[in-house]
Design a protein around this ligand. Structure first.
Ligand code: PRT
Ligand code: ZN
Length: 286
């Protein structure tokens, strides 16, 4: 069928679980038995290709897959001609320059004429050009963090998340050069039939993402402070207010962003709100 789309997701690694979780949260059912390279859905026109993340941008650019989920670091490094449809908000990390802990770091000029080991020669090369530094880029495919201690390079450029790998290897982060998160990418030449399926998927992903940002809040409030409380939890259109059995009290139901909820919680309580329940929202269609 012409409308079936194919999506490439990482087979096993830091992107895999969150990629598959997002697809499941979109209501798409599928089997991903271990070792399988391909799978399809029983209730949505989509097929899955399970690949190494390094291969995902290329497969999508060549049209072997219509869509892919990959880190921006890998996408920019591979420099393939694809479209970014959506930032997905997971697998957040940064690409940073690091040097041995004991070294003084006067600024980016430190790297002039030095050797830097990395698995990201393109991103690093572009950055060094931008800041006008001439350094030798030594490309290695893994265990970049040990390069200084074995004398292979004076500094490294690698992915950092918590920073503990750098610390364990006696290194310190000195420049952040790139920020990354998982993104949904697409082939640039998708048929109209497939595009309709892509739109359906994007709509569902948007609803899941909106739902995650917001919470459904229920609370009890004395009627004479309703006005104040409603100004603190304005709701999607306007909050629902139901009278409680107890005279002079109401139950207020509303949707509020999680950040805004925590910012306003003290004021809500001061205004007399009681029995506050905060409930996760699975999907939100605005
Ligand atoms: O086998 P395959 O090629 O598919 O996977 P991979 O080994 O190349 O990649 P994988 O699964 O390790 O990471 C996939 C993607 O997750 C990366 O391309 C990034 O976009 C993202 N990501 C998020 C990370 C990290 N966090 C991360 N911490 N990728 C790698 N790391 C490594 C980093 O290389 C370093 O060794 O973790 C270490 C640093 O972590 P901290 O927490 O100690 O700072
Ligand atoms: Zn990889």
């Amino acid at each position: 069928m012409e409308n079936i789309i194919r999506i490439a997701v990482q087979k096993s690694g830091r992107l895999s679980d969150d990629s598959l979780k997002l697809i499941k949260e979109c209501g798409i059912k599928f089997h991903n038995g271990t070792g399988k390279l391909k799978s399809s859905s029983t209730n949505f026109p989509i097929e899955f290709l399970f690949l190494r993340d390094d291969d995902i941008p290329g497969y999508v650019a060549d049209g072997i897959a219509d869509l892919g989920i990959v880190g921006e670091n890998e996408l920019v490094e591979k420099d393939k001609n694809v479209s970014v449809l959506k930032k997905l908000g997971f697998s957040k990390c940064r690409l940073s320059l690091a040097i041995p802990k004991g070294e003084d770091y006067p600024g980016i000029n430190y790297f002039e004429g030095k050797n830097i080991a990395t698995s990201y020669p393109k991103i690093l090369g572009d950055y060094l050009k931008k800041v006008n530094i001439n350094a030798d880029i030594h490309e290695i495919s893994g265990s970049v963090e040990i390069a200084p201690s074995i004398g292979l390079a004076e500094g490294i450029c690698d992915i950092v998340s918590s920073g503990s790998t750098l610390m364990m290897n006696g290194l310190k982060e000195v420049e952040e050069i790139f920020q990354s998160q998982a993104v949904l990418i697409s082939n640039k030449d998708i048929s109209a039939e497939k595009q309709a399926t892509v739109e359906k998927l994007l709509f569902r992903m948007g609803a899941v993402q909106e739902g995650k940002k917001n919470k459904y809040v229920l609370l009890n409030a004395p009627n004479d402070s309703l006005e104040k409380i409603l100004s603190l939890i304005p709701g999607m259109r306007s909050p629902t207010i139901l009278p409680l059995a107890e005279e002079g009290w109401s139950s207020v139901h509303s949707v509020i962003s999680e950040d805004q909820f925590w910012e306003n919680i003290e004021e809500l309580r001061k205004a007399g709100a009681q029995g506050i329940l905060v409930v996760p929202i699975e999907k939100m269609l605005i």
